[in-house]
Every structure is written in structure tokens, then in C-alpha cells.
Design a protein. Structure first.
Length: 176
């Protein structure tokens, strides 16, 4: 059965929801809090989103979307451009072969898996930034951001799960 133009547009819009939701979270995380040294307090939502969508809907978060999110975050946060994009791509690459493992486990096991991957990503982020800055950076901001990111995973995953269920429900209702 051939899809109408409106059905095709609806399908494309639905397929873009994970990417757009991730960009919105990145923008939300970059809203100034007017608190001194607040950057380490803010979770790295892009990392959460890339992990979640790679596990549950890798078809909707391909490497090009991951790269786009990373570059957008790097520019918007005024960080070393390319570092965040590289790390998000590495997370995507690390999670892809483990998708079945994570999908067949409890939420607690998936959360622990996220924490392990986030620890590696944050450590690599800290090391790359220190290398690019040419000085040894304090590890405390990176450690604190790791903790807030791991703590933010459950509510963010809950939000993404609701979003994914809504997408599937509306796609079944509007399907051919």
C-alpha cells in the first residue's frame, strides 16, 4: 500500500523525535542557572540520550545523528569542538554490540551498565580536555558531573520510555 504525503511526513517526524528530544535536552542543560561553577552540576543529557536511544531504538539514533548532537553540544557549550562528538560516537559504538544484553536485563542492570559506560566516557573526556588544554585539570568537576549524569539517568529514561510508547501507539493508530 502506497503512503500518502501526509503519512510519509508523519513517519519522518516520528523518526526524528529521538534526535529532536535529545537536542532539546541539550539546550535545556545549557540554560544558565546563574550559579557560580554550575557546569559540573548539570548532567550530560546527550550521553544519557545516546545510550538510551542506541539501546532501544538504534534505528532512530544513527551515527550521523549522534555526531550532530555532539557537535551541537560542543558549539553550544563552548567546549573543545569535536571532543563531545567523538565521545558520543564512541559510546554509540560501544553500546551497539551490547544492545541485546541491555534489552534483556532489568532496569537496574541497564543503569549499572550505563554507569560503567558513563564512567569511561567521563574519564576519557577529562583526559582529552586536559590534553587539549595542556594542563592537568582537577578531576572533581568531571567526577561530580559523572554522579549527576548517573543520577539523572532514571528520570530521563522514564521520559524517553513514555515518549517511545507514545510514538508506537500513535504510529499503530495512523498506520496503513
Amino acid at each position: 500500500m502506497k503512503l500518502t504525503i501526509w503519512q510519509r511526513l508523519d513517519l519522518v517526524a516520528r523518526q526524528m523525535v529521538p534526535f529532536v528530544a535529545t537536542l532539546l535536552l541539550v539546550m535545556l542543560a545549557l540554560v544558565p542557572l546563574r550559579l557560580p561553577n554550575a557546569a559540573p552540576v548539570v548532567p550530560w543529557f546527550a550521553l544519557i540520550a545516546v545510550f538510551y536511544w542506541t539501546v532501544y531504538r538504534a534505528d532512530l539514533m544513527p551515527p550521523v545523528a549522534v555526531f550532530g548532537v555532539g557537535v551541537f553540544h560542543d558549539f553550544a557549550a563552548a567546549t573543545n569542538v569535536g571532543v563531545g562528538a567523538l565521545l558520543l560516537l564512541l559510546v554509540h559504538l560501544a553500546v551497539m554490540p551490547q544492545r541485546r544484553f541491555f534489552m534483556s536485563r532489568s532496569f537496574a542492570m541497564t543503569w549499572i551498565g550505563f554507569a560503567v559506560i558513563a564512567a569511561g566516557a567521563m574519564l576519557l573526556l577529562w583526559m582529552l580536555n586536559a590534553l587539549l588544554e595542556g594542563t592537568l585539570l582537577s578531576p572533581e568537576p568531571a567526577a561530580f558531573q559523572f554522579l549527576t549524569t548517573v543520577a539523572a539517568y532514571p528520570p530521563t529514561a522514564w521520559l524517553f520510555t513514555r515518549l517511545q510508547r507514545w510514538l508506537l501507539r500513535t504510529s499503530r493508530q495512523a498506520g496503513p
